[in-house]
Write a protein that binds this ligand. Sequence first.
Ligand code: AMP
Length: 283
Amino acid sequence: MKIYHSINDLQQALLLLRSKGLQIGFVPTMGALHNGHLQLVERCSHENSISVVSIFVNPTQFNDKKDLVNYPRTLEADCQLLETVGCDIVFAPTESEMYPEPDSRVFQFGALEQVMEGAFRPGHFNGVAQIVSKLFDAVLPDRAYFGEKDFQQLAIIQEMTRQLNYQIEIVPCPIVREADGLAMSSRNARLTAEQRKNAVQISQALFKSRTFAADKSVKEVIEFVVTTINEVPDLRVEYFEIVDAQTLQSIEDWSETENPVGCIAVFCGEVRLIDNLSYASRI
Ligand code: AMP
């Protein structure tokens, strides 16, 4: 496994590999890797000759500076994990390498970016699009792998890929959960033991709500999830919406979509966690 810190070195290496006809798969991450990331990398290395993983905590997507400062950074341990799952190339640039000058590009994703994470984290998706487009330009992969854990991000990346005409297949990958159901996240490492115990109620409330969703209205399901989670110490729901999986717009009635997805953001103490669950198979 090779580790590159400069775009130039990375591109030289990839040029050579591409000239041999090798297909390149790419997994962008912010590091502090867990099994959720590793499953993306494993899939990437199975489906491509070369797998590239980037590790970069992108400042332009953090609307909360405290969150940026507290974000875990564990490059050495990350590289050790990546060796075990078939990663060929790690790209770990510095901030000045990715942003030699401020990126002034403003993306327009319309209604997709005006809801949920886009509404509660102003500028977040513009920062995501800035870094992912820079990384796509540097790596020029055939395929790029993204987790459904960040459901809205995946929709934004698909739209950006379409708008910028990247010839890259975007591969969505299912959410990887802890044994008790909590969605894996680098931010889970910041939870105290007590908060970690309480955080399981987020996914539990979602799963429970699906068992009776067929007999309840959208409004009743939302009320159940929000009330159940808010009753748990340390947990505070920021939003919970049931949306159409394509448009990401809220629905009021199940008949509005064949693919409803419940998307949630919850503060667990100071740590903000997100999760989502499809209600398509609620019957
Ligand atoms: P991050 O390092 O949080 O930016 O995540 C990098 C990639 O890993 C993104 O495509 C995430 O959606 C994905 N990812 C993070 N956590 C999970 C998870 N629990 N299950 C599946 N994919 C995940």
